[in-house]
Design a protein around this ligand. Structure first.
Ligand code: PLP
Length: 394
């Protein structure tokens, strides 16, 4: 029994370590051949055409908002129950964040709350939607795509919690998170608590070649080395009959959001175990589910959900603070996901207040994420379950 059981943690194997060390000994530290290899392997895993590795999930969101041209005064809809970065990317570009509310059964952004917002304003008021595959449960993007087309909106899928997750579409086909069939862009994070860890790291996936090319330049300062796009003359560039080899142009304002090669090496190595980890997460969820079925002190997630990637295993309870503290005293570090984003002081300055999104706020009062990570042992999980039951039987 380990002394501390966190709600989530990474698993670094000897192969992972070897992969990083090998890359450190190569000629490339920052962006080199491992980046392309990681992007290709990730695109294959997700089932999309293009993947762009970036320095973290937040950078991925920022670049997506830039590539889709979010500007001052434009409105974008997302869920309050997410990590703040899902909303912040809109603010980085000067846009306005409008929060929908959640579906109390799935905890995902409720499409009906989005419809209500869209119907209440003239068409053209909103520019896009950022649904989040919260806790690992896939958003039904087929439904969102229909709505987006009707209102001429783009979709950025925040799939940070859900590599390997999927929903079943209307033709009974599995649609994997981030596969680009419905959303314009999707993003992932490789922060250590996520499914695949690279230290810091992120990925953007898409099937749109134009967006892909734009994102590649935005990732590196807005610089292009493609001759056919140059706007200055050969003469200016210092060439004679052609542009000299050193020449490049910064054509728009981008950032340095590159991932390093040794992080990509870690990502590649971790990706090889992604399915194994996912299987383990689903087993852990099933075991919790079984252990808590029929316990009236635990509400929330009923039944094991197909396609759920179980980044988090969430329960709801009336005495959340009591349970949280009791588990802490037992060295079990549960966590809350999330404090509603619209009630963060930063967002309150835009007029958001308590009572604005009742379902999200009510969920926040009861939710607790129990330990969920692939290396959680049977023994540890039994101890967690026993401790939860103990608390309520006192
Ligand atoms: C982790 C996370 C992010 C941000 O990813 P970082 O790599 O930490 O920047 C964004 N959205 C969600 C839902 C996340 O869980």
């Amino acid at each position: 029994m380990s002394f501390k059981i966190p709600y989530g943690k990474q698993f670094i194997s000897q192969e992972d370590i070897n992969a990083v060390v090998e890359t450190l000994q190569s000629d490339f530290l920052t962006q080199g051949p491992k980046i392309a290899e990681f992007e290709k392997a990730f695109a294959e895993y997700i089932g999309c055409n293009y993947a762009i590795a970036v320095s973290n999930g937040t950078a991925a969101l920022h670049l997506c908002a830039m590539a889709l041209d979010v500007k001052e005064g434009q409105k974008v809809i997302t869920t309050p129950i997410t990590f703040a970065a899902s909303a912040n990317c809109v603010r980085y570009c000067g846009g306005e964040v409008v929060f929908g509310d959640i579906d109390t059964e799935t905890y995902l952004l409720d499409i009906n709350s989005v419809k209500k917002l869209l119907e209440a304003s003239p068409k053209g008021t909103y520019q896009g939607i950022i649904p989040v595959d919260f806790a690992g449960r896939a958003v039904n993007l087929e439904e969102y795509k229909k709505l987006a087309d009707e209102y001429n909106l783009w979709i950025i899928e925040d799939a940070c919690h859900a590599p390997g997750g999927y929903f079943i579409d209307s033709k009974n086909k599995k649609q994997h998170c981030g596969n680009g069939n419905f959303a314009d862009l999707a993003i992932f994070s490789f922060h250590p608590v996520k499914h695949i860890a690279s230290g810091e790291g992120g990925m953007i996936t898409t099937n749109d070649e134009k967006l892909y090319k734009k994102l590649l330049t935005l990732r590196t300062h807005g610089i292009t080395k493609e001759e056919k796009h140059y706007s200055n003359s050969i003469e200016f560039a210092g060439g004679k009959d052609s542009y000299p080899f050193w020449y490049m142009e910064m054509q728009e304002l981008g950032y340095n959001y590159r991932l390093t090669d040794f992080q990509a090496a870690l990502g590649i190595s971790q990706l090889k175990r992604a399915d194994e980890g996912l299987k383990k997460r689903r087993e852990i969820a099933a075991k919790y589910q079984q252990a808590f079925s029929g316990k009236n002190y635990i509400k929330g997630q009923s039944g094991v959900v197909e396609g759920h990637a179980y980044h988090l295993y969430i329960i709801e309870t009336d005495d959340r603070l009591g349970l949280y503290n009791y588990l802490r005293s037992k060295h079990i570090f549960a966590q809350i996901h999330y404090i509603p984003c619209h009630l963060m002081p930063y967002y309150k300055q835009f007029g958001w207040k308590e009572g604005d999104r009742e379902k999200s706020e009510n969920y926040y009062k009861h939710c607790l994420s129990l330990p969920m990570f692939p290396t959680l042992t049977n023994e540890e999980q039994d101890y967690v379950i026993k401790s939860v039951n103990e608390f309520f039987s006192k």
